[in-house]
Design a protein around this ligand. Structure first.
Ligand code: SER
Length: 313
C-alpha cells in the first residue's frame, strides 16, 4: 500500500495532482501539505508542516507511513526575483530535506524542474535534453541545483527520484502563480471577467506551454514507469505545445471575437521570457517511458474557457 505526501498541494500543479492521486491511490492515502489558502471545496487529508523544517516533515512521514513524496512546494520565476533569499530557502533547502528523508525512509520522490533551468546560452529551438544550463534567474539557479541534487541522491544513495522540466502550465483550478508564463492563465480570467486583458509580455514572446491535464498524466506516467526505464535522473525535457501571446489571443478571438488584448510588456518578465527556449525536444521522455501529449492549442483554449466559466459562476 502506498501513502503519498504532496507538498505545495494547493498550487497550480497540486490543485490538479492531488485529486488525480486520490483517485489512483484512494483518498485516505493522500496527504496534502500547503501554505496557500485551502479551497473550501477541498476534500481530503490535510497535514501541517513546512518543507524548510525537516523535523516537521519527518513527523508526517513517520505518522502516516509515507512511501512517496510529490514535492511541489516552491517559488516561481517572478516570485523568486522579488525574494531571492526565500526562493533559495524554499526551493533548495526544502528539496534537500525531502531527499535526505527519502534516503533515510526509502521514499520515492517526484520533483518538478522547469524550462527555467535553461538560459540565454541554451539553443532556443527544440532545446535538446542534454544542453547548456546557464539560467539568469534565481528560480532557474534553484532548478539547475535541484536537478543536480536529485541526480546526486540517486547516484550516491539510490534514491528513486524522478523529475520533469515543466513548461508553462495552464489550468483553471488554482489561481495563477507568480510566474512568467502565467499570462496564459490570467488572460482567461481577463476574458471572462472584463472581456479584455493587458499581456505582460511582447506579442511575439514564444514559450513552451502545456495544458495541466497533460502535465498531470505525464507526471503519473513517469512515476509509474519501471525504474530501469528512467535514464535521466536530473530532469526530463517535457513538451506539448508552444505559442506566442498573439497566437493565443487569435485562438480566443475565434470563440470571443470582441475580446480586446493589449500588450504592455513588463521589463523583468519579458527579460525572463527571452532567456528561455521557444520549444523543447522531449524525444528522450517519449522513448524512455512513452510520453505523448494530447492537448493542442485549440483544445486547451476550449477546455480552459469552459472550466473557468463554471468555476467563476
Ligand atoms: N511557469 C513558471 C514560471 O513562469 C515556469 O516554470 O515561473
Amino acid at each position: 500500500m502506498r501513502n503519498i505526501l504532496v507538498t505545495g498541494a494547493f498550487g497550480l500543479v497540486g490543485s490538479d495532482l492531488v485529486p488525480a492521486l486520490q483517485k489512483k491511490f484512494g483518498s485516505s492515502h493522500v496527504f496534502a501539505l500547503g501554505n496557500k489558502t485551502i479551497p473550501k471545496e477541498f476534500k481530503g487529508q490535510l497535514v501541517k508542516g513546512d518543507v524548510r523544517d525537516m523535523a516537521s516533515l519527518e513527523k508526517i512521514i513517520k505518522k502516516h507511513n509515507i512511501t512517496d513524496v510529490y514535492h511541489l512546494a516552491g517559488l516561481l520565476s517572478v516570485g523568486g526575483e522579488k525574494n531571492p533569499d526565500l526562493a533559495w530557502d524554499v526551493n533548495i533547502n526544502g528539496l534537500r530535506n525531502v531527499l535526505e528523508l527519502a534516503r533515510d525512509y526509502k521514499l520515492r520522490v517526484f520533483w518538478p524542474s522547469s524550462i527555467a533551468a535553461f538560459g540565454p546560452t541554451t539553443p532556443k529551438k527544440m532545446t535538446p535534453q542534454h544542453t547548456v544550463l546557464e539560467p539568469t534567474t534565481i528560480y532557474g539557479a534553484t532548478k539547475v541545483t535541484g536537478e543536480l541534487l536529485c541526480q546526486y541522491y540517486f547516484v550516491r544513495w539510490g534514491v528513486d527520484v524522478r523529475s520533469l522540466r515543466y513548461p508553462g502550465l495552464i489550468g483553471y483550478k488554482a489561481p495563477p502563480g507568480d510566474g512568467t508564463t502565467e499570462y496564459s492563465v490570467h488572460i482567461f480570467y481577463g476574458l471572462l471577467k472584463e472581456n479584455r486583458y493587458s499581456v505582460f509580455l511582447k506579442a511575439d514572446a514564444r514559450l513552451p506551454m502545456m495544458y495541466i491535464d497533460d502535465a498531470i498524466r505525464g507526471t503519473i506516467k513517469l512515476m509509474d514507469a519501471p525504474s530501469k526505464k528512467i535514464t535521466v535522473r536530473t530532469s526530463y525535457n517535457f513538451a506539448a505545445i508552444n505559442f506566442t501571446p498573439k497566437e493565443l489571443v487569435s485562438e480566443i478571438k475565434k470563440l470571443y471575437p470582441t475580446f480586446v488584448a493589449t500588450y504592455d510588456p513588463d521589463p523583468v518578465k519579458q527579460k525572463i521570457a527571452e532567456s528561455w527556449p521557444q520549444s523543447v525536444d522531449d524525444r528522450v521522455a517519449r522513448k524512455d517511458w512513452g510520453w505523448k501529449p494530447e492537448f493542442v492549442l485549440s483544445k486547451m483554449t476550449n477546455v480552459m474557457i469552459e472550466g473557468l466559466k463554471k468555476k467563476l459562476q
